[in-house]
Ligand binder design. Structure first.
Ligand SMILES: [Zn+2]
Length: 205
């Protein structure tokens, strides 16, 4: 499925790229460590891992497509970061960059603070236009942090909200069930003083 172009801040591009790189489609059934979908065995404990590929192939495909589409944007971000860095090194007379004995560029405290501020501003405010690619299917147990990082880029934002709502409903239903069970157990327990005495007598004998 293709879609109209969306605008992403540099920060969102970087966050997406990191999440796409770190995303593992499933956890090892034995030690729960993340496992890539092309692995046959868990890298940590050696447990055989099967069936991962089919589950996650739609998402992996979408992630790979978007990583390719964002390649130019990532290069742009790297270059812009270099420019900001180069604007802030301490300069000697004649514009020569000040270096320490090991040849590392030096920076003053004020310039360092200014540089960090400029970098933050650049990441938060500069935007790129990109065509998203929405995955045809999503693995069921995907983490919240990944869903947020992938939001609007490989998953429709409304779909992420729907997944969150479904999980919340399931969680509430599950906790509702256990509350009911507790109440039932209480109901079955002794309620009058006489019954309490009888129950205590029964438990002693
Ligand atoms: Zn394992």
């Amino acid at each position: 499925m293709s879609a109209k172009q969306i605008e992403l801040t540099y920060r969102r591009v970087v966050e997406f790229e990191q999440a796409a790189t770190n995303y593992r489609p499933l956890a090892c059934p034995t030690c729960r460590v993340g496992v890539f979908d092309d692995m046959k065995f868990c890298p940590l404990c050696g447990t055989a891992v099967t069936g991962a590929k089919a589950l996650s192939s739609h998402l992996r495909f979408a992630l790979d497509r978007m990583t390719a589409r964002l390649k130019a944007a990532l290069q742009e971000i790297r270059e812009a970061t270099e420019d900001v860095n180069n604007d802030h090194w301490h300069q000697l007379e004649g514009g020569v960059i000040d270096q320490d004995k090991e040849g590392r560029f030096r920076i003053t405290h004020d310039k360092l603070k200014e540089r960090v501020k400029k970098q933050r501003q650049m990441l938060n405010e500069t935007k790129v236009k990109i065509e998203p690619y929405y995955a045809a299917a999503m693995p069921k147990d995907i983490d919240y942090s990944f869903l947020e990082a992938f939001r609007g880029i490989v998953i429709l934002s409304s779909e992420v909200d729907r997944i969150f709502a479904t999980r919340e409903a399931a969680m509430l239903a599950a906790s509702g069930d256990s509350e009911m069970k507790l109440r039932q157990e209480e109901d079955e327990g002794p309620i009058t003083a006489e019954e309490t005495v009888l129950a205590e007598a029964a438990s002693v004998s």
